[in-house]
Design a protein around this ligand. Structure first.
Ligand code: ZN
Length: 388
């Protein structure tokens, strides 16, 4: 009970601070004495700080309390097909060091786990943060990931099945390691620190190399069975459509992700192009480039309309590298979204477009660890991966 109350107070300070002791007592429903005792303990353990005084509003001036962002550090990694990005951050996910490393050599789970551990050690060494100040390591990657058990059930890039990756990395580092689908790490970070803060039902759709979806229902990340939620990229939109990386035909990803855009314009350019090149060509009036982005947007809108019809979110965050294509992709997306959403479900829904880069993915994985850290101790006692 004591640990629960301590966690409750810490979470209120983290999510709503700076707060006075009086506000904390009101918000927590605990007694004045209990709050005072817990606050003193948390101050002593340096989990929280006293910061100045609240505005003078006629009553007594009160010392405010906030989370000490350097009460610990976390490391976030995003594992991609041929690269790894790594961020060392404090507990507010302010990035202190960022590395972008190629993934060379064997792609066996053992070899990749060792490489990831070496990158973490190197990133920490550069910041001068010792391992005893690190609260955990978060790893985000595409695929069907069971965050509770730390198992990669399926990785489309490495073709792994049922690999206990979190445990394998933890053995190298002697730190807790948490694993999650990469879009879910972003979703958790939006929930903790971003636009999803205090929104009970929201979704995050990402577009780029793939197309992903994170879902928050009643303030909880929805993981479904075995973590296989959000494979939005693999809903079938054309039964006999183009072949997808997953082996099926006509998936949203095969029709609308960045590689699909690049594939459909490659014959009209002399050399290989990037998404930026296609966008610039479209802006200059290149008709094939325009059509490719328009078609991608159209199918993305169809996919997103299905998401709205299924989950009726209050907020949609549209993110991922592919957002950088801008209006020539997003306008047709919003048009088909409006056209294909069930009557009235889009009314009043807030839609935010958030451009992002690789560092944001690494920061998302760091946020995963912060999220674990502040979970109820009852939940937390079931989930860490033993570090031995
Ligand atoms: Zn597919």
């Amino acid at each position: 009970m004591r640990a629960m109350n301590r966690n409750l107070i810490l979470n209120i300070v983290r999510s709503q601070g700076p707060l006075s002791r009086t506000q904390l007592t009101e918000l927590s429903g605990l007694s004045v004495g209990a709050v005072s005792q817990i606050v003193n303990d948390l101050l002593e353990d340096k989990w929280i700080n006293e910061v100045g005084e609240s505005d003078y509003t006629g009553g007594r001036r009160q010392v405010m309390l906030r989370l000490n962002p350097t009460a610990g550090y976390v490391v976030g990694l995003k594992l991609m097909e041929n690269r790894v990005v790594c961020a060392v951050s404090d507990l507010e996910t302010t990035v202190l060091n960022y590395l972008d490393e190629p993934l060379t050599g064997s792609h066996s789970p053992d070899a990749v786990a060792e490489t990831l551990a070496q990158i973490v050690i190197h990133a920490l060494y550069q910041t001068g943060i010792t391992r005893d100040h690190v609260r955990g390591v978060g790893v985000g990657l595409a695929g069907v990931i069971d965050g509770e058990s730390g198992i990669v059930h399926y990785s489309p890039f490495f073709h792994w099945q049922h690999v206990s990756l979190a445990g394998m990395i933890a053995r190298h580092l002697s730190l807790p390691v948490y694993l999650e689908n990469d879009v879910n790490t972003l979703t958790i970070t939006e929930q903790l620190f971003g636009s999803g803060h205090d929104v009970s039902n929201f979704v995050v759709m990402t577009m780029g190399r793939g197309i992903g979806l994170g879902v928050v229902i009643n303030h909880q990340l929805y993981r479904g069975h075995k973590g296989g939620v959000g494979e939005l990229g693999h809903i079938t939109l054309e039964a006999d459509g183009p072949l997808c990386d997953c082996g099926k035909r006509g998936c949203l990803e095969a029709l609308a992700a960045d590689p699909a855009v690049l594939g459909s314009v490659k014959d009209s350019f002399e050399s290989p192009v990037t998404l930026d090149d296609v966008v610039q060509a479209a802006d200059r009036g290149h008709s094939t480039a325009r059509e490719a982005l328009d078609r991608s947007g159209y199918y993305l809108g169809l996919g997103l309309a299905t998401v709205v019809n299924l989950f009726c979110p209050a907020l949609i965050i549209v993110s991922g590298e592919g957002v950088s294509a801008g209006a020539c992709r997003l306008d047709p997306m919003f048009e088909s979204l409006r056209e294909h959403t069930f009557n009235g479900l889009l009314d009043g829904v807030e839609i935010l477009v958030k451009p992002m880069d690789d560092q944001a993915w690494a920061r998302g994985a760091a946020g995963l660890v912060v999220g674990k850290l502040f979970e109820s101790p009852l939940v937390r006692s079931q989930s860490p991966i033993p570090a031995n």
